[in-house]
Design a protein around this ligand. Structure first.
Ligand SMILES: NC(=O)c1ccc[n+]([C@@H]2O[C@H](COP(=O)([O-])OP(=O)(O)OC[C@H]3O[C@@H](n4cnc5c(N)ncnc54)[C@H](OP(=O)(O)O)[C@@H]3O)[C@@H](O)[C@H]2O)c1
Length: 349
């Protein structure tokens, strides 16, 4: 990476955007300038970047002018409007929202899993949903080695996955409950403090799966380049944890894979750390993963009901590997492969 780029961070005041700024600085991404962008509400605010601070600008045709790359996490409706405008202005967008992920001309990329999908980008690259991201980092090596036939996924997702307002709601409800006061629920449909809510995102009319569960099923297939031949069923629940999503994954492989072989495979896989000594109380925990970029995998064991099924417990930091770190890794790959440029005739989104 010899060149240096002008980088915009859209959504810079949010849970993901502020983590993107942190990761860009930590990994010393070759940026000649970093421009934090958000709504009019935040214009003029200061955000941390490395040892210093940067002033936030409102996103506008003027503030995106001259940028080479924009890492975006300002919500789906902002991305639907601004990603095409940013591409038309000449910058490549790495987008964290769900809006572009399933678009045919947008690669959905996890750095350790399908980096080669970047080659065909037409200006927008999508970052998967945090739940899907951490799961496929752990599943890709198994898929490559023995093939996967079926996945049953149950998630226990932290509130930072919903953003800053949800973190504040968990804190305030916890305080209220402990003080014997009523817990006011605004972000979630029910109290989240001291509770488990089996609804992540929304139910579309006529569907008994939530939009989050649909994303896990569809995005996993797109990233791993598999179709309906791989059965996937997801149940997503929200738990009162600030950072770190946990997942119980039951997977049926095409060829036999013992728990020991699975541990060995995962121990040498990029982005994965095996944490698996359950009798000593050693297994992945959200408190252990917060602030880390690796996905932790443990509780690897045979499903006694099926000879080709294993159970895994997978935990990742949803703000880092689940969003910001992967976005910056994708930016690094684009830079290394000389792909921080919008191909001619690409601005047709
Ligand atoms: N949290 C996660 O773990 C996670 C993981 C993967 C993907 N994502 C996705 O990333 C996106 C952001 O999530 P988050 O958790 O960071 O949310 P958040 O904490 O609520 O932050 C939202 C950001 O978007 C900005 N924004 C809102 N409306 C805007 C507008 N009209 N124009 C420009 N900027 C605007 C906000 O700026 P202001 O301060 O000016 O309002 C803020 O910087 C969502 O689409 C989410 O689904 C989140």
């Amino acid at each position: 990476m010899s060149e240096s780029y002008r980088v915009g961070v859209l959504g810079a005041t949010g849970a993901v955007g502020s983590t993107i700024l942190e990761v860009l600085a930590e990994r010393d991404f070759p940026a000649s300038e970093v421009v934090p962008l958000a709504s009019e509400r935040s214009a003029g605010k200061r955000v941390s970047f490395g040892a210093g601070e940067l002033e936030v600008r409102a996103v506008s045709d003027e503030s995106i002018e001259g940028l080479d790359l924009v890492l975006s996490s300002a919500g789906g409706s902002v991305s639907s409007e601004w990603a095409p405008r940013i591409v038309a202005a000449g910058a490549v967008v790495v987008d964290n929202t769900s809006f572009w992920r399933m678009h045919d001309e947008v690669p959905l990329v996890v750095a350790e899993v399908n980096p080669d999908h970047l080659a065909d980008h037409r200006g927008i690259v999508a970052n998967p949903n945090c739940t899907t991201m951490q799961m496929v980092v752990a599943l890709a090596p198994i898929q490559r080695e023995v093939g996967i036939e079926r996945l049953i996924v149950s998630t226990y997702q932290s509130v930072s996955g919903t953003g800053q307002k949800a973190i504040a709601e968990l804190r305030e409800q916890s305080r209220a409950v402990l003080a014997g006061e009523p817990a006011v629920a605004e972000v979630y449909p029910h109290q989240i403090a001291f509770n488990v809510v089996p609804q992540v995102e929304t139910f579309k009319e006529g569907d008994d799966y939530t939009t989050e569960e649909r994303k896990v099923m569809a995005e996993t297939r797109k990233i791993m380049s598999v179709g309906d031949e791989v059965g996937i069923s997801a149940t997503c629940a929200r738990v009162p944890v600030v950072t770190g999503h946990s997942e119980s994954v039951n997977l049926q492989t095409k060829r036999d894979l013992s728990p020991n072989e699975c541990r060995e495979l995962l121990a040498s896989a990029p982005g994965v750390v095996v944490v698996d000594s359950p009798s000593e109380g050693i297994y992945p925990l959200p408190t252990a993963v917060a602030g880390r970029d690796h996905v932790l995998v443990g509780r690897v064991r045979r499903d006694p009901s099926h000879e080709r099924c294993l159970n895994l417990w997978i935990v990742g930091d949803n703000l880092r590997k689940g969003a910001a770190t992967n976005a910056v890794q994708v930016a690094e790959l684009l830079a290394e492969r000389d792909l921080i440029r919008v191909p001619a005739g690409a601005a047709s989104f």
